[in-house]
Design a protein. Structure first.
Length: 246
């Protein structure tokens, strides 16, 4: 299996204690080497050489930490098959975000075809697993376990990316519907859309209705409505409005 970056590698670099501990360890080792080199005649050559090697290994542990490892579980799976997501992933709004992500995972999965070999989707984009497109090339393959981890991590990442583009307080179903849309059209497109603008202006019902504007894809160079997207947007709108009690 070829190495693959974790989808949330930026968060790992920023928040993982292991990264900061390894950096501190490397800094201490290199500092000790510098001190020893100032008086090499007293300590001799072997000590700094071994210390340098230890520092190099500590630094190399950092890229190893952010590469995808099949046997490393990034998610907690409950005995009943439910998904347990670490609260620390979601910052201050942990409880609400986690609940919305779990709803979004259950909602998105039936709409996204999971394939273990890369293929070209309807818009002409190389895709693998459950709608994963970043860095994908034709010929890429993945295991079912890899696809599951990538999918879950990406839903978490999309929720985090669109969080600044939505009001802080949203019903879980409404947020989950917007996460599903962002997963499909991209976080940048969502944050620049009327869905985000209406929601931020306080028109949540209007934001839910704006989902229906995103039912088109470029097929053979022509932007046109797609039946599957229309059905998905309608389901997202229904979930979105359900959260508002509409």
């Amino acid at each position: 299996m070829k190495p693959r970056l974790l989808s949330n590698w930026r968060s790992v670099l920023r928040y993982a204690w292991s990264i900061w501990l390894m950096l501190a360890s490397a800094a201490l080792i290199f500092a000790s080497v510098a001190l020893m080199l100032l008086d090499a005649s007293m300590l001799g050559l072997p000590a700094p050489v071994f210390a340098l090697l230890a520092g190099l290994l500590a630094v190399l542990a950092i890229p190893a930490r952010i590469l995808f490892q099949e046997k490393v579980e990034a998610f907690l799976v409950e005995e009943d098959g439910g998904i347990g997501l670490p609260r620390s992933w979601f910052g201050r709004s942990a409880a609400g975000a986690a609940a919305a992500v779990i709803l979004a995972v259950a909602f998105i999965e039936p709409w996204e075809d999971t394939r273990l070999k890369a293929y070209i989707d309807i818009a002409g984009i190389p895709t693998i697993c459950t709608g994963h497109t970043e860095g994908v090339r034709l010929g890429d393959t993945a295991t079912a376990e890899e696809c599951r981890e990538i999918f879950l991590a990406e839903v978490v990442a999309f929720e985090a990316r669109i969080r600044p583009c939505l009001p802080a307080e949203l019903p879980d179903q409404t947020r989950a519907a917007f996460v599903s849309a962002a997963y499909n059209i991209g976080a940048g497109a969502f944050c620049g859309s009327s869905m985000s603008r209406r929601a931020m202006a306080g028109d949540l019902a209007g934001a839910c209705e704006a989902l229906m504007m995103w039912n088109k894809a470029r097929v053979k160079g022509v932007l046109q409505p797609v039946r599957g997207l229309t059905r998905r947007r309608a389901a997202e709108r229904a979930l979105c409005l359900e959260g508002l009690g509409a």
